[in-house]
Write a protein that binds this ligand. Structure first.
Ligand code: KMH
Ligand code: ZN
Length: 287
């Protein structure tokens, strides 16, 4: 497909609501963000959920409610984070896959995360991968470093293709401890991907715009959002997630690779369409 897949990651697990009031934390805020981001050109939403105190949570009831609410209100592909926060247990990170999402992130290696460590040992990666396939969830391989590409390839060699048969990755660049958000790093990672894989790139912080431009030039897709970017331009805070999606969509249009619709994204990624299943279950239940 010639278009650009735009994923929005609106919340993340790192920023505090008190510091960033525009961060969507309640389910209502998440749904309203999802709607405005779809209107601006997003096709996939990467979901981290917060509790009543705006703290990150993997509580399965809360995450399931968030997934369902976004699915009911939009056509977006709903991808939950299996990375959670650096403090989350492995069991909770696997448990979140029971929230009936379309997709889930799958980080392919441990990485220093500022002063913290985002733990992803091989055994956890394999357990997450197999649990996703069993539940017909499409993984998005999160690659924070060049070595994560090697681990992803080992995983695919050992266990075969993911549900849906297609490999889609996201290069997460510019995390303090991961690969830098530079053109040489992006090129090295892209060259190491398996044939047929598609990829997006995310530049954290001040690498956001250069990584976006490099990704478009190299034929990649885009992930943007307040999980990764809180400053729109030097000295100017991000107003909301939709303006980050709007900027990405404008650049994609300029690159003559306009944003993919959610249905085009489903086709490219091999996503099972749970919208009709949910609707059918509701209708059957009503009879
Ligand atoms: N919050 C980070 C520790 C993911 O969503 O899968 C992990 C993260 C990656 O954001
Ligand atoms: Zn995330």
């Amino acid at each position: 497909m010639n278009g650009t897949l735009i994923t929005v990651a609106p919340t993340g697990a790192e920023s505090a609501k008190a510091d960033v009031p525009a961060l969507p934390c309640t389910i209502d805020e998440l749904v309203s963000t999802a709607k405005s981001c779809q209107a601006a050109g997003a096709a996939v939403i990467h979901v981290h959920v917060r509790d009543d105190d705006a703290q990150p949570t993997l509580d399965i009831g809360r995450v399931s409610a968030a997934v369902e609410a976004v699915r009911e209100a939009t056509d977006l592909v709903v991808q939950v984070s299996s990375g959670g926060a650096v403090t989350d247990s492995y069991d909770a990170r696997i448990g979140v896959l029971d929230s009936n999402p379309d997709g889930a992130s799958l980080t392919c290696g441990t990485v220093n995360f500022g002063a913290d460590v985002f733990m992803n040992p091989l055994d956890l990666i394999e357990r997450l991968y197999l649990a996703m396939r069993e539940r017909e969830i499409v993984p998005e391989f999160e690659l924070f470093d060049l070595g994560h590409v090697t681990t992803m390839r080992r995983l695919l060699d050992k266990h075969g293709a993911p549900y849906g048969g297609h490999v889609h990755c996201d290069l997460v660049m510019g995390v303090p401890g991961g690969m830098p958000g530079t053109v040489p790093a992006l090129t090295a990672a892209v060259q190491a991907l398996p044939d047929g894989a598609t990829w997006s790139a995310t530049g954290v912080g001040r690498t956001t715009v250069p990584v976006m431009l490099a990704a478009l030039a190299a034929g990649g897709h885009l992930r943007v959002g307040m999980e990764d970017t809180l400053t729109f331009a030097p000295g100017r805070a991000v107003r909301d997630n939709a303006e980050l999606v709007e900027r990405a969509a404008t650049l994609a249009d300029l690159a003559l690779r306009p944003p993919l619709t959610p249905d085009e994204a489903r086709e490219m990624l091999g996503i099972k369409d749970r919208r009709r299943l949910t609707q059918k279950a509701t209708e059957t239940g009503a009879r």
